[in-house]
Ligand binder design. Structure first.
Ligand SMILES: [Zn+2]
Length: 419
């Protein structure tokens, strides 16, 4: 296994891998852990050019930079997670008024979101530890990702704690994958606490974001891919939407690891985008509030994947922006909805509201000069548009029917200026 240790982001205490800590016992829930490696030794043993001869087309391509057993089956999962396309999008660049835009289409993962990367690594860790049950509290992409990835592995079970208010359609997806559901008659936060207590009591493995430090390690693979796909010429800025803060933390960690190895010469600025109705990190960044001092807000946004009143990974999420000279940007729900068809029509990539928020936020970042016109930016598109067709419907006009004859068809096409 790639040698690594865990270190608290608040107090700096160090823990060994087999201590199986979720977060620092001295600092409590805000004391999330970094997974760190012996970078001196990796610098001499690894060579980025060796990747050119590696034909692994999934995130396990970076197994030497991941806390997984190198001698086990690689990958240990049958589903192919990661190595999603990075598109050059000149028309998006023109629309935003920047020199170059790269779109990372992570909706192409097996269950349609970037969270498959975290679930894949967490599931591999559970397999290595002989823990057959993995659990999380979620109704959204994290739950779908865990249910789907676990379903691809024999003799494993996903148990998802879901607040009873969750939409039935989302619960249906979990049931289709064979996950067991604990429908809790209370809020997400209560479901989260019950999930954690159950995991500790039953020795199940918890995938919960912000608690399990390996989720960040899984998510960092998106940054490793962006760097390699751009031949290590990293963009000036990377823009991503932020809810619990785990994805932006993963992006930071991926580039940070590469920087430690000397594979990239500098860090990109990292720009986080939140919905106005769920923007505690924007406020904390503007006010200089430390993550551990943040207080919960009442979160409301149409982009449910980034709705979080008190982001679980808030300490790491603020670090990602502060240490790279980036920014936090807020966008309205109206901007998010309008961004869905605009991005789709400029690039052919259909994304869910949370991912559209990143595109909408990039525009505001240009207007507010957090991004300069001569720069190259990457926008991380975290989820597929088919995840939330109902919101997409709000972004387009309904279509009236035409009479079944050619005259009516011609009249209609004229109205559309097609003939
Ligand atoms: Zn600590």
């Amino acid at each position: 296994m790639t040698s690594h240790y865990l270190q608290c982001v608040l107090c700096g205490r160090r823990y060994e891998d087999d201590q199986l800590h979720y977060s620092c016992p001295h600092c409590g829930e805000a004391g999330t852990l970094d997974i760190l490696y012996d970078y001196d030794s990796l610098r001499t043993s690894l060579d980025r050019d060796a990747l050119k001869g590696d034909f692994t087309t999934n995130a396990w391509r970076y197994r030497d930079l991941l806390p997984i057993a190198a001698d086990g089956p690689v990958p240990p999962l049958s589903l192919s997670v990661g190595w999603t396309p990075l598109y050059d999008a000149p028309r998006v660049a023109d629309a935003l008024g920047v020199a170059r835009v790269s779109l990372k289409d992570d909706g192409r993962n097996p269950t349609g979101s970037l969270k498959d990367r975290a679930s894949a690594l967490v599931t591999a860790r559970a397999m290595a530890a002989d823990i057959p049950i993995v659990s999380t509290a979620s109704t959204g992409n994290a739950a779908a990702a865990l249910a789907g990835i676990v379903a691809s592995v024999p003799d494993m079970q996903a148990v998802i704690f879901v607040p009873a208010t969750a939409p039935e359609a989302k619960i249906a997806q979990l049931l289709v994958y064979g996950a067991q559901i604990v429908l809790v008659d209370d809020s997400y936060d209560v479901a989260f606490d019950l999930c954690m207590q159950t995991c500790l009591e039953q020795n199940w493995y918890s995938r919960n974001t912000g608690v399990n430090p390996y989720t960040t390690e899984g998510k960092k693979t998106v940054a490793l891919e962006i760097a390699e796909q751009l031949d290590w010429q990293i963009p000036d800025a990377v823009v991503v939407s932020v809810g619990d803060g785990s994805i932006i933390s993963g992006i930071y960690k991926g580039f940070w690891d590469l920087h430690q190895l000397g594979w990239i010469v500098r860090m990109p600025r990292i720009i986080g985008v939140q919905a106005v109705g769920s923007s505690p990190l924007v406020a904390a960044w503007e006010n200089g509030t430390p993550g551990e001092a943040m207080q919960p807000v009442d979160a409301h946004t149409i982009a449910d994947s980034i709705s979080a009143g008190l982001p679980r990974d808030r300490v790491k999420a603020l670090r990602a922006v502060r240490e790279t000279g980036g920014a936090y940007i807020a966008v309205t729900d109206d901007d998010i909805v309008a961004a869905i068809p605009e991005l789709a029509q400029l690039s052919g990539v259909f994304v869910e509201p949370a991912a559209a928020a990143a595109f909408a936020g990039a525009r505001i970042a240009v207007q507010s000069q957090h991004i300069n016109p001569d720069e190259h930016i990457a926008i991380v598109l975290t989820g597929n548009g088919l995840k939330d067709v109902r919101t997409a419907q709000k972004s387009v006009q309904p279509v009236a029917s035409v009479a079944p004859n050619m005259q009516a068809v011609r009249d209609h096409l004229r109205k559309l200026s097609l003939i």
